[in-house]
Ligand binder design. Structure first.
Ligand code: 6R9
Length: 644
């Protein structure tokens, strides 16, 4: 691609932590002498109560990894207590409410107190090391307190995105047998209330083991109450002691479970452990965002996603940083909101998703240019491939050409950044996640599983362990091995395809499996199909993604009805509502096309490749259709293609 632009490191990043020569030297050492490299990094970033005896021990053929074995530590000691001598009065969390006139600064001393109080409440309710606690919260400081209080007592948190439906919440609570749920009366986003407690009530009706539901009063909206189970969070923490002993954990003890979608079956509970996860998120936070003492950092993600875990809570707090938490949405009350918040709180690093960038770009430059943004130093993006047009807009209009863009490629399963530029080290190319982070060894594999050398395109895999590698799928270790360590023996398989150019830069081409990325949210096509076929008038459904200007991918559903059933707009509405109920509003189909038949191979496999082409309106390039059992089905689908 000869028309690809390269942007050198901007002058503003000349004093960054890491320059090009340092990146080259540190990267080489991280892969050639990983033991020595990571021993130094762990000493610099983490505080252990018992030192580790071994840096790492892993077997990529089995998906086994152990980091900092023998070490003991507590994540909250690292994220809070050890900062207190210096930072007791420094702001740990700036909370910006949905309403622009509402905000709050929480110091490290206050954070310590809040986390300890909640830890004591949890202990009073019988929560101990290894127990699972579900967190279903809006973006309020209590969400971070809840995660950290779990870490304080050694419980494993499972944060479920507040946009998920009662059914999705119920499945996740049951899968990991959570005994306690922490939620709020209602969430508030873009001026609209989200009925979290009512959703939780519906979910808990089928979760007999969940004996405690702590409820934060956020809006004061009316809620139903189950005596004995439901407890007002505010009353309970007010009555609890303000100091709580941290539970010392083994380096490999679990820290959290986070559910994510795969290509088949129900969502997987990705499990991360303590020391390795914390080290990788702490290191990458400091180096990727070039975080310096006194900086104000803002990541717009929700804590329900891995980005919120690693880069709102754990990475920043482990560094003693000031992290901004935003309750609302980027377009409320207007498309200026992000830049108003940047000016109001003097934000230095801003980290968001391509879908938000595209939406703000669509709203027009005036919303941006009327703000100052002079404090901004680094701009980040994550969640899906960023199209060069959006990248250029982010760079020139938002960053005025001053701020390096860090396009960070990583996954729930990788815990932290895997491919990313570093602000002072890496020349950037719009649309490329550039080069590997320290310790990360990406490879491209061809169809036979052989490593491609030099420039080329293939499946993206990782060759050696890194500290924040997924350790298991909760309750189903075999599923982890099958999903990530079996496709290519000896490698972690990412599920993404990528291209490497002559400069060794990586360009993610998207998922190679049946996983959609809608506005940066991962969803298995199988999950949506399962929801659709629950309807008693639906015989079969096939779901594919298609290019969508704002969301990146939209959800296109082909639905075959039971014999004798007439299609109708009413039925379409019912199907949309069903997806909403089973999964949540993020799974709302964009298009439903009635499909009298689906293209299948003679062995009965749905040929999604063809369905994707029809959805994308690329009917001239359907590819090989010779294995179709009934070719006429395709012509029929093309002639009835939904008008989008
Ligand atoms: C962190 C996160 C992971 C999937 C991943 C890939 C896509 C994420 C990306 C990106 C291109 C980037 N993805 N960041 N694609 N460029 N900078 O998003 O985790 O929700 O598990 O999604 O998202 O397809 O495999 P998760």
């Amino acid at each position: 691609m000869s028309d690809v632009k390269t942007y050198p490191v901007p002058a503003s990043a000349a004093n960054a932590h890491i320059n090009k020569a340092q990146y080259d030297a540190m990267y080489a050492r991280s892969v050639n002498e990983p033991e020595a490299f990571y021993r130094e990094q762990a000493e610099q970033f983490l505080t252990f109560s018992t030192p580790f005896t071994q840096v790492c021990d892993y077997d990529m053929t089995k998906g086994e990894a152990s980091w900092f074995t023998g070490g003991k530590l507590n994540v909250t000691v690292n994220c809070i207590d050890r900062h207190l001598p210096k930072r007791a009065n420094q702001t740990a969390i700036i909370w910006e409410g949905d309403d622009p006139s509402v905000d709050k600064h929480i110091t490290y001393a206050e954070l310590h107190e809040q986390v300890c109080r909640l830890a004591n409440v949890m202990r009073e309710r019988g929560v101990k090391k290894g127990d699972r606690v579900c967190i279903y919260m809006p973006m309020i400081p209590e969400a971070a307190y809840a995660m950290l209080a779990c870490a304080r007592v050694g419980a494993i948190h499972s944060v479920v995105f507040g946009g998920f439906s009662p059914d999705a919440l119920k499945d996740r609570i049951l899968d990991s047998d959570c005994r306690v749920l922490i939620t709020a009366d209602e969430g508030l986003r873009g001026g609209k209330a989200v009925p979290l407690k009512a959703n939780a009530d519906k979910a808990l009706a089928s979760c007999p083991n969940t004996h405690t539901c702590l409820v934060v009063k956020r809006t004061g909206g009316k809620v139903n109450w189950t005596e004995g189970r439901d407890i007002w969070y505010g009353d309970a923490v007010a009555a609890a002691a303000s100091n709580a002993e941290p539970e010392m954990m083994d380096a490999e003890d679990p820290l959290f479970i986070l559910y994510t979608s795969g290509s088949t079956g129900k969502p997987k509970g990705v499990l991360h452990t303590t020391a390795g996860y914390l080290l990788h998120t702490a290191m990458s936070f400091k180096y990727t965002f070039d975080y310096k003492e006194g900086d104000i950092y803002w990541c717009t993600a929700d804590v329900g996603w891995v980005t919120g875990h690693s880069y709102i809570v754990y990475g920043p707090l482990c560094n003693g940083a000031t992290t901004l938490m935003f309750e609302g949405v980027p377009t409320y009350p207007s498309a200026s909101r992000c830049w108003d918040v940047v000016d109001k709180h003097k934000v230095n690093q801003f980290y968001t998703a391509p879908t938000a960038i595209r939406a703000l770009m669509g709203a027009g430059n005036d919303f941006v240019t009327k703000s100052s943004r002079k404090t901004l130093r680094v701009l980040g993006t994550v969640g899906e491939p960023i199209n060069p047009e959006a990248w250029e807009w982010y760079y020139h209009v938002v960053g005025e050409g001053r701020c390096p863009i860090v396009d960070t490629w990583w996954q729930t399963e990788t815990g932290g950044h895997m491919l990313t530029p570093l602000p002072g080290a890496t020349a950037t190319k719009p649309g490329s996640a550039t080069l590997p982070f320290f310790g990360v060894q990406p490879v491209l594999l061809d169809a036979e599983g052989k490593e491609i050398t030099g420039a080329g395109e293939g499946s993206l895999a990782i060759k050696a362990s890194w500290p924040s590698q997924i350790r298991t799928v909760y309750g189903d270790h075999q599923r982890m091995i099958d999903t990530y360590f079996s496709t290519y023996k000896g490698y972690y398989f990412t599920g993404d395809g990528a291209r490497r150019d002559e400069d060794g830069y990586y360009w993610i081409t998207g998922r190679v499996d049946d996983v959609l990325n809608v506005s940066g949210h991962r969803m298995g096509t199988a999950e949506i199909e399962s929801a659709l076929v629950l309807h008693d008038k639906v015989a079969e459904a096939a779901v594919v993604g298609y290019p969508h200007d704002i969301k990146g991918q939209g959800i296109y559903c082909y639905v075959t009805l039971m014999a004798g059933t007439e299609p109708s707009d009413e039925l379409k509405k019912e199907l949309v509502a069903l997806c909403n109920k089973e999964i949540g509003p993020i799974a709302k189909p964009d298009v439903i096309q009635w499909a009298p038949g689906l293209p299948k191979t003679r062995s009965g496999k749905i040929m999604r490749r063809i369905l994707r082409k029809i959805a994308a309106n690329e009917i001239d390039s359907l590819g090989d259709t010779s294995t179709l059992a009934e070719p006429a089905v395709v012509d029929e689908l093309i002639s009835n293609r939904a008008n989008k």
